[in-house]
Design a protein around this ligand. Sequence first.
Ligand code: DHB
Ligand code: FE
Length: 313
Amino acid sequence: MATIIAGIGSSHVPAIGAALDNGKTEEPYWKRVFSGFEKSQEWMRATKPDVAIIVYNDHASAFSVEMIPTFALGCAAEFPPADEGWGPRPVPVVKGHPALASHIAQSVILDEFDLTICNKMEVDHGMTVPMNLLFGKIDKNGHWPCPVVPLAVNVVMYPPPTGHRCYMLGKAIRKAVESYPDNLRVVIFGTGGLSHQISGPRAGLINSKWDKNFLDNLSKNPKKLAQIPHIDYMREAGAEGIEMVMWLIMRGALDDKVDEVYRFYTVPASNTAVGHIILENHRRRGKSGGKAKHTAIKYKRAAARAKPTIIQG
Ligand code: DHB
Ligand code: FE
């Protein structure tokens, strides 16, 4: 069976992509951001997932404002980078995993989560920036290290799905993954956020207290987060802070109790705070039904489990 071994939360600030693409990673402003992902890239190299499910949002790049699915699952063989106004980012085409994606679609739709199936889709910074942050910079002639099942969530036009709906969808995705016959080791990303507001009188709003509380509860008490209504995100985290509900899909796909192995938080990057967390499922069952050995990480495992690395830039 396939297994979700870990969840990753990451911001997707588009200016991070621009800094990478324009060779600005060594500038102090950006070095502060990128240095927070060095350990994560080390973790990713050690973990070597077979597939990543990436929960992200499209910013009117693939769908436009004429038609916006609430949840759209990418079932295609590949997903080219979208032109967001400056030409497509110089990153590789994202390879899909149509067999796993179709299996997830069948399982969650029969579980009454009505996803839109996308057999052709371009992906914007919402997906490619977190991929760069976790997999490192890869130019367009290279390859991303693993195939991806993209799940696009509407957080750009009212009404987005509730945090609770997202959390429950995560659980349905986990069930789907665990009923897939092949032995795949899967990681799931929740992306976007953290607190930010791009326009209007409150443009520039960042609420670090809210962000840190969100990260704490994501790790220890996600059910509490799943009850937060939209209006609280708007009020406390800004209009674009609603992107954070996507992290609850990732969290719903994990065990109730997880090991937080890494966290990073820095302010600001462009108009937002950059937040990042890695949560591991520690009890995994192999094909035999017995306790599976932890596959991934020699990555300072015991120490990391006892005390997550928390870096604040
Ligand atoms: C910014 C952040 C976003 O999440 C986004 O989609 C666009 C812009 C920003 O911080 O500038
Ligand atoms: Fe965004």
